[in-house]
Design a protein around this ligand. Sequence first.
Ligand code: AP5
Ligand code: ZN
Length: 215
Amino acid sequence: MRIVLVGPPGAGKGTQAHVLAKTLSIPHISTGDLFRANISQSTPLGLEAKGYMDKGQLVPDEVTIGMAKDRLLQSDTAGGFLLDGFPRNLAQAKALDEFLSEQRIGLDGALDLEVPEDEVVKRIAGRRICRNNGAHVYHVVYNPPAAEGVCDECGGELYQRSDDTEESVRTRLEVYHTETEPIIDYYVQQGLVTTIPALGTVDEVTQRAVDALKK
Ligand code: AP5
Ligand code: ZN
């Protein structure tokens, strides 16, 4: 299956993608995680992306689309993929369509995680992620690790993202409304969108997503 996950920052895209990718045996591809891996290795791409990310702005399309295509060309995507955080504007959505049609494939669905803004702010404020793997995501209240500051899955150190500041979150929400929301209509026109109410426990949301993908 080839699926795109859409939703505001803090909706739970990364959390759900991690579980769904395991369930469906397809890779979870997060452009945010790819950028953060480049930042931690101080690559030129990481150095370029960091300034945009810390301010909550989108990294320029030329950089992002190239990185996403390179990742999609890796052999583990032959059976499908789950895209988290890409595409994030219409130019990226069109570039993805073009890329997939060149490969003579297409998307099977787009899941739109819907969460009220006050909940998103609470989720982001308490988020902690793992240094070893950005897909290992916790929350100090909603989803705490067994031992404080330590990842249950791999023992890695948990930290707070440098873009999880109040100011950056405000910008990310604005960018979501102006740049990213239009791609929902774009995918609605292609008959690909299922809206998933994303309030409730992580397991409840996963179940809704799994049910939606069966249809
Ligand atoms: P990215 O890393 O994609 O961040 P985002 O879209 O802002 O989304 P988040 O990672 O904040 O949230 P999420 O929906 O994954 O929620 P999570 O599962 O962590 O992007 C970061 C930056 O990179 C961008 O601002 C941009 O600069 C750049 N970038 C990335 N992609 C780009 C692109 N395509 N183009 C240009 N620039 C790009 O959950 C949040 C919290 O809630 C966690 O603590 C979790 O434990 C908790 N939680 C999850 N589910 C539940 C639940 N059901 N109940 C209670 N708590 C929950
Ligand atoms: Zn971990």
